[in-house]
Every structure is written in structure tokens, then in C-alpha cells.
Design a protein around this ligand. Sequence first.
Ligand code: MN
Length: 491
Amino acid sequence: MKPRQLLEQAKPVLSEDQLLELKSAVYFATKKHEGQKRKSGEPYVSHPLSVASILMEWGMDSDTIIAGVLHDTIEDTDSSLIEIENEFGRDVAFLVDGVTKVSAARSGMRDLNSYLPTTTDNLTKLLIAVGQDVRVIIIKLADRLHNMQTLGYMPPAKQIKISRETLQVFAPLADRLNMGRVRVQLEEIAFSYLRPKTFTKLKKLSKDHLGKSHRKLSRVRSDITDRLKQEDISCTIDGRIKSIYSLHKKLKKVGDIDNVYDLIALRIVVDDIDTCYKVLSILHDTYEPQVERIKDYIARPKPNGYQSLHTTVMTEQGQLVEFQIRTTAMHEYAEKGLAASFHYNEQKLTDAYKTGKIASMPANLDWITQLQEMATQVSEGKEISANQLKIDLFGDRMFVYSPKGDIYDMPTGAYPLDFAYRIHSDLAKHTTGFKVNGKMIPFTKKLQHGDTIEVITKRSALPKQEWLNLIITRHARDKLRSQLNANQKTS
Ligand code: MN
């Protein structure tokens, strides 16, 4: 990616002022990275420019795009955070700092703020701990996507290592943010490096199979289009083909590709929620529904906010076809996830909710409100603090620490015993007490986000029946039950 290409792409999406700032960021990064090369032989700066371009495609705000241009300057050049703050302002500096901290935490080469653990190697937790501004995580995802797209230049051992990490950490993270398109892109590239032969084989299998079902499906598609037209329903219908990686996972479960019913699914996108249900009933009227395969993710969205109706029907030719029915807003959210909300402003979202185009407000609405408040503050010349940028992305989870500094994520409301069983059930059964943040606490005291917990044990101590009331996690309950049973038998 060349500077000119990026600026060309930015013209229609950024304001005059933002464009000027982007220009000076491009100039800054080009100068700072001067002389550095990517493994591909290209000038290094082509990488941050590509990352910025990806962020722009995702519809991110201009601060995030500019931070994308600058994301490697602190780590890889002589630039300092102060320099970036002076040139590009607090917001951009905060983002670049966040991205740098994530990389630093990973390589363990840099001093971290004291709240950051140094002993854990679990990147997911680090990303969550550092990326309190979700835009930091989104920049990291764009960074990773571009690195995956150019992975061919890396030595094979690195390709494997990076691909594994992508599959274990970054793809699930994208999923957690409901960024479906990015998740699939990351999975496909990673899988093609990890299992090249399987990838090629499945690609061919899918293609051959699609050839058959495509012809049959186009008939179903035109039938359904006619039916919906008769009912005066305007919609778009397109097919989505199952990704190779998810086909691979499915085949492990069902064995044969003939048992994969959603190799291709027909996606019907309509205006509002009422119409979604209307379409569902028309489909069930026309074809024979497979009752056990109806899923209402509108009434009960997935934990990451995904909304849609799914149903599988049997056509007259005896073919099973999966349909996914959703509104335009749901479709956009399913593809772009949290990133989608950066160009949906709050009013638009509220309108979409009130007019029944989405079933629930995305969880990050508070975040958008905060963004707007900050924008106002900045325009009034007021300062904003880093605290204001913190959002509660993982609302139902909290993070606690072992005395060594390892992070554990626990559900809110967990007791110290949940923590003990999480660490080690053989240790937990000998528990006699807990120290939280250095002080003894009773078994009944619930844990708080950020607590450091020390489990005190004695070999002769045995698990007690009443502990069952002092745990909320299933893992702890199951372990404790079997320990109690074992003790009963021996006594
Ligand atoms: Mn990078």
C-alpha cells in the first residue's frame, strides 16, 4: 500500500481536517520507518498503511485510522508517546500506547504498568486487560489480518506459530466482538497454513458438492422470491457458502459431507423484525420445516449479540436447505460486529431499535454515548482522561489474580472457593482460609474485580458439605460433589 492509495481511499470518508491529520500521520510514519523493510522487501511503512486501510474498510473513526498508521512507531522506531501526543492529540496517543502495550506484554521486553501481569502467557487475557478501549483490540485485529495476508514471506516455523495463535486467540476474539467476516478471514488463512493438504482437499470437496446443490438451490431461490413477491415483501436473497475451516469442524462431528446441511445457506435480508417472522412462516408454509433445527436468535440473541432466524426445510425434491432471515441492521452487525457501531451513530441505532429493525441495542451503546460526549468535550477545548475511554466490554466476567500475578477470568458473583477449584481441585479440598489482597476473609465474601487471592490449605483439612452453598461455578460444584462422595465412601 502506497501513501497515495490510502489518501485516495480516505477522501470520501474523512472530513477536510481529518484528511490533513491523516496526511501528516502518513508523513510522520514514513519518515520514522525510513530504511526499514518488511520480509516481502517492501518499505516497512506499507504495513501500517495497509492496517489503516483495513480499519477504514471496517468503517472505523478517524482517530483509529490514524492510530493504525502510527501503530508500530513507538515499538519499532525512536518515536516517543509524548511526541505522538503533541502531534496527534491524546486520543490517538492513547490508542497507539494501548497497541504498543499489547505487543510489549507479549514479548516481555518492555516494562509494563504495575497492574499488568508479567507471568501469564495467555494473550487473550492480556488483550482484554490492556485493551480497555475496544478500539485497541480492533487495531490489533487489523494488524493481525494484514500480517496473516502477508504470512507467505515468513519462514515456515513462524507461519505455523503465528497461525496457531491466530486460531486460538485472534479468531475467537473477533467472534466475541461479533466481527464475523474478520473471524472467517483469519480462520481461513490460518487453517490453510496449519493443514495445507486438508485445506486443499476440503476446498475441492466443497466446490464439487456445491456444483450439485447450486443448480437445485437456484430453483428454490426463484420459487421463494416469487412467493415473497406475492406477499408484497421486499427483500434481498443471497447464498452464503460455508467456510473451509468451519466445514472441517463440522465434518469432524457429522462424518460425511452429505450430512452437512448448511454447506450453502440462503440468506434473506428484509426491513424489519415483523417481516422476519412473516418470512419464516411463509417458508414453513411452503416447505416442510425440520422442527428441531429452528433457531430464534432474535428472541434470544447469541452472547456476542448476533441476531437472526435460522431454519432448515425440506424441499419437494427432498433437499434440505438452511435459511437465515435477518434485517439489514442485523446483517451489518453480524458481518462487522462492534466495528459496525462506529459509523452507526446513537440516534440511528435508537431509531433502528424503536422501529423494530434490531431486537436489542448492541451492548456497547454506552460506549458510543461516551464517544460523543468526549467529542463534545474536545470541541469545547476540555481535557479528557484515559478513564473515560474505559468500557465494560466483558460485563459478566471479572478478572482476579493469583499471588504470582496470573489472571483468571471468573463470572461476577464468584466466591473464593470457586477460585480455589479453578486453580486446582486437589488443592481446593484442603482449603482452610483465604487471603484477599493480603487480608484474611470469610468463605462467604464474594470476589471483586482485581482481587488477588491466596488460598490457604492444610493437608489434614477436608471438604465440607456446606461449601456447596459457597460456590457458583459448575466446575467447582462438580468437583466438590465427587470429593464429598468419595469421602463418604471411605469413612
Ligand atoms: Mn504491526
